[in-house]
Write a protein that binds this ligand. Sequence first.
Ligand code: FES
Length: 567
Amino acid sequence: MGNDAKHGLARGLTNYGDPAFSLYLRRSFAKSMGYSSEMLARPVVGIADSRSGFNNCHRHFPELIEAVKRGVIAAGGLPVDFPTTSLGEVFLSPTSMMFRNLMSIDVEEMVRAQPMDAVVLVGGCDKTVPAQLMGAASADVPAVQLLAGPMMPTSYRGERLGACTDCRRFWAMHRAGTVNAAQIEAVEGNLATTAGTCAVMGTASTMAALAEALGMALPGSAAIPAVHADRLRAGEASGRRAVELVARPIRPSQIITQKSVENAIRVLLAIGGSTNAIVHLTAIAGRVGVKIDLHRLNEVSDSTPVLVDLKPTGQFYMSDLYAAGGVGAVLRELKPLLHLDCMTVTGETLGERLKHEEGAWVDRAVVRQLSEPLAKEGGLVALFGSLAPNGAILKRSAADTNLFEREARAVVFSSLDDLAARVDDPALDIKAEDFMVLQNAGPKSGYAMPEAGYLPIPQKLARAGLKDMVRISDARMSGTAYGTIVLHVSPEAAAGGPLALVRNGDRIKLSVKDRRIDLLVPEKELSERKKSWQPPVATPARGYAKLYMDHVLQAEQGCDFDFLRKA
Ligand code: FES
């Protein structure tokens, strides 16, 4: 591959009005980094590096990126790494979700603006993989997604701990008074002990599995632990594959299609994946003009069994899934339900991939057979009704089925600040059978749809032994959390949706069987209440916060910006 107008360093020249001068100048400056003319004539593989000192999950990226470079050079390319925004889940305020679209813009523009023939996207922590796939889909340059890989669980006093289902479990015990301050401090030091993403089937693990199911990550690569040598080999192979994609390009828009997105939804359901993944997958699909219909989600959910026994809904960790056969084992079980003609980044269809893997060993304790699933139906369902005209999401696999068909009194919190101020007040008028309702925690709330849908059980009920109650909000929930929690209510309260009009004492009816959630207040009364409704926050005057508030869409459109989705 030479330095013609289409390839390598000659792509997208800086414009000085003289292309030959531009190329000469670029080569000259590249040579200042010590490259030979021979290396500079090679196809260029960009490596999007989302490492940061504020991102513990990506702390092994220097070594991983070395492996990618090794693969690129071995295959005849020139690897060039470049930094992008990094989103360390717990280090961002108000929430990483607010910055996912910012990172996606960064990835899209840097992939497009810099001279690369293909790109390896290196990410892992919750929002980074969605942002990278969104950006790559929009730039539509051949791309391989390389995942960070999950953390290893840690043995601690006779039990395994892993972020972050166990984080929540111990914190709930601490709140309930059964784990003291010294004990919780000791646990704190043992929840997250290696590089990599959260060790359970949280959002990061779910998105890793979906990247492989979509065909954007190499087969078998999603579940490899971050610290396993196979992770480095996957890095090397991803680099190699990116060079091969230069000669025979397969673009993200050829891989991310209506059919592959549906395959990804099947996998999401079969692995008992995170509710966040529906929002992210919707956003990724939206970048290539593919829509996810929540009614279709329900149909797919009803016909997709849960096969994987991982926390937060089951018992194992991601490293166990890798040892059990990985995402390939899940895909092989789901084969009769999948679109096998989908192209993948390897140049093979999904069906061709699965044919090579026939008969591979599977640990049935972790990945069940299709005929003997953990649950006959998928983990997620969409609910509709007068409280959520555009939909809401319930992770039924993480919920208490005894709470699925009931009508109850609403106990309303008007914001996260209101929740924090009152939830543990001994005088709070709340009973176990009430529905907790949180308003103004959606995309436009000023909190940017945080993972706050897992409302804490009021302390007086927790201390009395209550483990779960129905909680309803327009917020999201961490993929590592669990409970009977209705999320992503749309339209959100801050956009004037019916959720904004709920008052203490109103009756709400939940029916998971009928896929409904209804506010049992007469229409006339709601119209009256609407007259006095005001948005909870003003649009910020400047900067990214203004861009975000002006353009963010609702959950059923992936919370992408309106101008970034493909028409
Ligand atoms: Fe990075 Fe959980 S904090 S994946």
